[in-house]
Ligand binder design. Structure first.
Ligand SMILES: Cc1ncc(C[n+]2csc(CCOP(=O)(O)OP(=O)(O)O)c2C)c(N)n1
Length: 370
C-alpha cells in the first residue's frame, strides 16, 4: 500500500510562504505622492514641517561634519546622508522617556533626543566628556562593537518593564549588525519576556563593502523576527511617513505590553562607511548611487510638503542658516573644552582609587602640572 504523503512536510514551501509575506511597506512614493492612504499617519501641518526641518538640519550637520573631519577638526565620523528618513522619522515617533541605544552612525537620533551638539563633537574627538550624558537624557553612547547594543536593549527593556514604565528601549544597527549573534540573542530574549523594545535594522545595503545579500540567505532581514516570535516589518527607509508610521505602531504595542518589534528599513548611505579611508567606488557603481538618490527622503518629502503649501525654498534656507550657526557655536564650545588628561580618566574611573593607581596618579599629576 502506498504511504500517504503528509501535506505538512514542505519546509521549502513553508519558507517561501513566509518570505512572500514580507513586502516593503510604503506611504509616500518617490514623487512625494501618498500611495497608501489608509496608512497615512496623519501628522499635523506643524509636525510635518518639524520633521522636514529636522531632516534638512541633519543633512547639513552631515555635510559640515564631513568637512570638519577633512580639516582635522573632528575625529571619528560615520556619514548619515541618505538615512534621514530611517533615523529622524523613526526618532520622531519616540518620546523623551524612551531609551536609545545607538550605533556609531546614529548620532542624529541622539542629538534630537537632547544630546548637546558640542558633546557629539567631543565624542567624535574621543574626549571622555562626549560620553558623559546630561542627567535625564535616556541614551547610551554610540556603540562601536557591531550588534552589541541588541542584547543591551533587551536588558534595558526588561528593566523598564520591571519598573512598570510606559517607555521603550530602541536600538539601531545596520544590516551588518543583524549578522551578529547578539542580534538573535537580543530579539529572542526580549520576545520571550515580551519586553518593550524596538529593534531597528537600517539596511543601507552594505556592511562596509560587503553587500547585505552576501550576509544571509534570507530574502529580508525583517523575516528574522519570525523565529523570535515577534512582529517584523520591512519598510521603505527613504519614506519618512512610512518609517514614522511603523515606529509609532511598534512603540504603542510595546508600551501596551505586547512586546518588541523588529523593523528593517531599506535605505542607502550616500557617503563612505566612515571618514577613515573607505572608498565606496571600489564596491558600488555610480548607477546604483543615482538610483538610490532618486529615492531621496528629503526630495520626496519636500515635494509632498510643497504641494500642500507647507514648505518653500525660503523656509529651507532659514533651517540651513540656523544649522550652520549652531554647528559653528558647538565646534567653538568643543574647542574650548580643556584637553583630557590621563589623571581625568583615572579620576572618573573609580569611586575609590586602588593603591597601585594612586601611585601612578601622583606621577601623572606631577607631569601634567609642568
Ligand atoms: C564585533 C565587531 N566586528 C567587526 C567590527 C568592524 N566593523 C566596523 S563597522 C562594520 C560594518 C558594520 O556594518 P553595518 O552593521 O551594516 O552598519 P553600517 O556601518 O552600514 O551603518 C564592521 C564589520 C566591529 N566594529 N565590531
Amino acid at each position: 500500500m502506498a504511504s500517504k504523503k503528509s501535506k505538512q512536510f514542505d519546509p521549502v514551501g513553508t519558507l517561501q510562504d513566509i518570505e512572500s509575506k514580507f513586502e516593503m511597506f510604503q506611504v509616500l512614493n518617490e514623487e512625494g505622492e501618498i500611495v497608501n492612504k489608509d496608512a497615512d499617519p496623519n501628522l499635523s501641518d506643524e509636525e510635518l514641517q518639524e520633521l522636514m526641518r529636522r531632516m534638512v538640519y541633519t543633512r547639513i550637520l552631515d555635510q559640515r561634519s564631513i568637512s570638519l573631519n577633512r580639516q582635522g577638526r573632528l575625529g571619528f565620523y560615520a556619514p548619515t546622508a541618505g538615512q534621514e528618513a530611517s533615523q529622524i522619522a523613526s526618532h520622531f515617533a519616540l518620546q523623551k522617556e524612551d531609551y536609545i541605544l545607538p550605533g556609531y552612525r546614529d548620532v542624529p537620533q541622539l542629538i534630537w533626543h537632547g544630546w548637546p551638539l558640542h558633546q557629539a563633537f567631543l565624542f567624535s574627538r574621543g574626549h571622555f566628556k562626549g560620553n558623559q550624558m546630561p542627567e535625564g537624557l535616556n541614551v547610551l553612547p554610540p556603540q562601536i562593537i557591531i550588534g552589541a547594543q541588541y542584547v543591551q536593549t533587551a536588558g534595558v527593556a526588561l528593566g523598564l518593564q520591571k519598573r512598570n514604565k510606559k517607555a521603550v528601549a530602541v536600538t539601531y544597527t545596520g544590516d551588518g549588525g543583524s549578522s551578529q549573534g547578539d542580534f538573535y540573542e537580543g530579539i529572542n530574549f526580549a520576545g520571550s519576556y515580551r519586553s518593550p523594545a524596538i529593534f531597528f535594522v537600517q539596511n543601507n545595503q552594505y556592511a562596509i563593502s560587503t553587500p547585505w545579500e552576501l550576509q544571509t540567505s534570507a530574502q529580508t532581514i525583517a523575516q528574522k523576527a519570525v523565529a523570535a516570535g515577534i512582529p517584523g516589518v520591512l519598510v521603505d527607509g527613504m519614506d519618512p511617513l512610512a518609517v514614522y508610521a511603523v515606529t509609532r505602531d511598534a512603540r504603542k504595542r510595546a508600551v501596551d505590553g505586547e512586546g518588541p518589534t523588529l523593523i528593517e528599513t531599506l535605505c542607502y548611505r550616500y557617503g563612505p562607511h566612515t571618514m577613515a579611508g573607505d572608498d565606496p567606488t571600489r564596491y558600488r557603481t555610480s548607477e546604483t548611487d543615482s538610483e538610490w538618490e532618486k529615492k531621496d527622503p528629503l526630495v520626496r518629502f519636500r515635494k509632498y510638503l510643497e504641494a500642500k503649501d507647507l514648505w518653500s525654498e525660503e523656509k529651507e534656507n532659514e533651517v540651513i542658516e540656523q544649522a550652520k550657526e549652531e554647528i559653528k557655536a558647538a565646534v567653538k564650545q568643543a574647542d574650548n573644552t580643556p584637553k583630557q588628561k590621563v589623571t581625568d580618566l583615572m579620576e572618573i574611573m573609580y569611586d575609590e582609587m586602588p593603591q597601585n593607581l594612586k601611585e601612578q596618579y601622583e606621577t601623572y599629576k606631577a607631569k601634567e602640572s609642568k
